[in-house]
Design a protein around this ligand. Sequence first.
Ligand code: KIV
Ligand code: NA
Length: 269
Amino acid sequence: PLRSVLPPEIMARKGGAPLVVLTAYTTPVARLVDPHCDIALVGDSVGMVLHGMPSTIGVTLEMMILHGRAVMRGLSKAMAVIDMPFGSYEESPEQAFRNAARLMAETGAPSVKLEGGVHMAETIAFLTARGVPVMAHVGLTPQSINTLGGYKVVGREGEAARVMADARACEAAGAFSIVLEKVPVGLAGEITRALKIPTIGIGAGADCDGQVLVVDDMLGLFTDFRPKFVKRYAELGMLADEAIASYAAEVRARTFPAPEHGFADKVKS
Ligand code: KIV
Ligand code: NA
């Protein structure tokens, strides 16, 4: 069945209540995110957050399909967006369509996200014309970490006009919304006012049309890096550490399992 929320409805949210977006990679987390969010993003951040990869470069289409399917099983209200991984769309519009079609057909998600920019505008137009709604992603684009040279702010001073041009090109090509990552707050506001499609910020200030965070970051579950733009709403990693330490201590002290966790040899009659 058709999901209640589809990309045209997200696009129409421009100027309305802020769009609430979190990542999800698994069914249980999708179930937690679903009642509270407009969009669940199956980000390629899954490679770093769940698989321990050093960057998102090694994430494969197969990984995105597997996590996409898991997330779809946990959603009933929020719209899913699935990241196209590095190497699955940059070569040509045809390559991008072939892989976007696999992501959509094999997961049931109604849209994809890709990183870029002026250089991806032709691909965004090609996909959009063929039934693939595209969320674009400009500013800091982690798949280009090796050409960017680090996870730095993108769009200060001389770079601002280029980021604005990237955002405008994505809109002109038909993107239904756009992520602005690690873009200075003033520029993010200017882009938001210049575009008719909603901007979704991460480290891009309060003037965007919506916000996204990596759910494991805001829950305190992924603590390898602590970007300035992450607010920790919980410390689940610390809670888990305490719980696991208690379990280990009780096993070593033979206080777990207790009698109530065992099975009698005879059933009482
Ligand atoms: O992969 C991801 O989680 C993302 C968001 C941070 C926008 O692309
Ligand atoms: Na991503």
